[in-house]
Design a protein around this ligand. Structure first.
Ligand code: AMP
Length: 491
């Protein structure tokens, strides 16, 4: 079991999902939707599509959306010229996972034959009880084709009687974790969000069609109007008769992943009415208030920390300059497996502008310090480029605990702040000074109820027990006590 758990532990997925029902351009819209969600996963991409009531056709490939699909593949998926007409229902996924799981079998949507029909599944998040369920299902004779936790849901649904939406809702209610799930069947589209709303999922409308997406930026990209977020613990079913839904579990305390605001989401997305860009700017302002410093220029780490750098400079009355240039053709450094590789990636990805930093006291603003690779590397690069001082300011508290709900953050031993005090971290990254934003200020910057977030990576208090067993004895879909955000012990 331990071996199995470990192999699944390596498979956390912080991905993007997108779906359309029912639109003559469903496949093309899904393709553009995935482009907008590319930052959520760059390892593989896939689209499944069908005409209502007919067979599902799908294509998945490793790499970026632009690499995975060519015009011919899209045309084939869309239904091709003439014939039966376009496929009007589509589901797409971009995936990002850790070492070892980077395999085409694990790319999504997973497409399976079951219940005398077909099912395509796409998932963003992590099921904490997947290993337990998998062990039990295998003991009952189930044969798994992938190593993803997503496949557990298909097996659970396959054992259910009744219509697709009821079977899928019952299956999803049996598992625990942080997830946003979208499924395509010939009869319609299913979507669900975990009872704490840890991972995001929004519902939109375009020309009478329904659109589902991990983030609102994808709705904007295809010209869809935001209707609302899928509620925590809610499931939806969209078919020819419209939209209906129900609950997986009674409404639990909301525990939205704060890291979506800090780093993960695109700045042009909006969660619970709060624009990510504005929250990041406010994080920077509060950071400047908490940790002012005598300096000449503020530089943000591109691109996720540029809004926070703008906020810091505004509050501190310091000029904000573009001092680091990002090569936009290199993927996010985290995605690379080994740490030597990651250090190399930082160098390939970011280069300082000597004229901006030479002889100046620099405030370097970044959104997070996880393994510390980026910070160490950038402090050195800035000094090599002539910076007189480098003051590191981080818009989140020390990242001390692993995420169990879909953000890949390695195990605790690799987290720089997990065993070190602030002064040791400062020395390790070579900065002149270092400050992490307090949890209180981070929560205040969101402008939302401070009790409504998952802060597991900062506090180690998780809304869903990370070691849930699954299977017999598991409390199906019942929300557990939330990660309390009140008194947060972060230094
Ligand atoms: P590290 O270099 O390991 O300390 O990671 C921190 C840097 O990576 C920061 O510049 C963040 O913007 C970025 N980052 C933080 N979390 C993630 C993540 N889950 N995936 C990719 N990049 C991340």
């Amino acid at each position: 079991m331990d071996g199995l758990r470990n192999s699944l532990d390596g498979l956390r997925e912080a991905c993007g999902v997108f779906a359309v029902h029912d639109h003559p351009e469903a496949v093309r819209l899904t393709y553009y939707g995935l482009y907008a969600l590319q930052h959520r996963g760059q390892e593989s991409a896939g689209i499944a599509a069908c005409r209502p009531g007919e067979e599902i056709c799908h294509y998945r490939a490793m790499g970026l959306v632009s690499e995975a699909f060519d015009a011919e593949t899209l045309e084939r998926l869309a239904g091709g010229p003439g014939g039966l007409g376009p496929r009007t229902v589509a589901l797409g996924h971009v995936r990002y996972s850790t070492t070892g799981a980077s395999r085409i079998e694990n790319a999504q949507p997973l497409v399976m034959s079951c219940r005398g029909s077909q099912l395509a599944l796409a998932h963003n998040g992590n099921l904490v009880d997947a290993a337990g369920w998998r062990g039990r299902l295998e003991a009952e004779g189930a044969i798994f084709q992938t190593t993803t936790d997503t496949e557990v849901i298909a097996h659970l649904a396959a054992r259910r009687k009744g219509s697709w939406p009821e079977a899928l809702a019952a299956a999803v209610a049996q598992v625990q974790g942080g997830y946003a799930i979208a499924a395509l069947t010939p009869e319609g589209i299913f979507a669900a969000r975990d009872p704490h709303g840890i991972r995001p999922l929004v519902l939109g409308r375009l020309d009478g069609a329904y659109v589902l997406a991990s983030e609102t930026c994808a709705l904007d990209t295809v010209g869809a109007r935001l209707l609302r977020e899928v509620e925590p613990g809610e499931w939806l079913w969209i078919d020819g008769s419209g939209l209906r839904g129900g609950r997986l579990a009674p409404p639990g305390p909301r525990a939205f992943c704060i890291f979506e605001f800090i780093y993960f989401a695109r700045p042009d997305s909006v969660f619970q009415g709060r624009a990510v860009h504005e929250v990041r700017k406010e994080l920077g302002r509060l950071l400047a208030r908490e940790a002012p410093v005598d300096a000449d220029v503020v530089i943000g780490v591109p691109e996720s920390s540029l809004p926070a750098a703008a906020g810091y400079g505004e509050e501190a009355g310091l000029p904000v300059e573009l001092g680091l240039i990002k090569n936009r053709y290199v993927g996010r450094s985290f995605i690379r497996p080994g740490s030597a590789d990651r250090a190399e990636a930082v160098r390939i990805k970011l280069n300082p502008i000597r004229g901006v930093v030479e002889g100046r006291r620099v405030v370097l603003v970044d959104d997070s310090l996880v393994r510390g690779t980026t910070a160490s590397r950038l402090v050195r690069l800035l000094r090599d480029a002539g910076a007189a001082q480098v003051h590191l300011r981080i818009t989140s508290p020390p990242y001390r605990f692993s995420c169990h709900y879909g953000v890949d953050t390695a195990d605790r031993s690799q987290l720089m702040a997990s065993q070190r005090q602030i002064e040791d971290i400062r020395a390790a990254v070579g900065a002149d000074s270092l400050h992490f934003l307090s949890a209180e200020a981070m929560l205040a910057a969101t402008g939302l109820d401070s009790e409504s977030f998952c802060l597991g990576c900062f506090t180690g208090r998780y809304p869903v027990a990370p070691d849930a067993a699954g299977g017999a004895g598991a409390q199906a879909g019942r929300p557990r006590s939330p990660a309390r955000s009140g008194k947060v012990e972060v230094s």
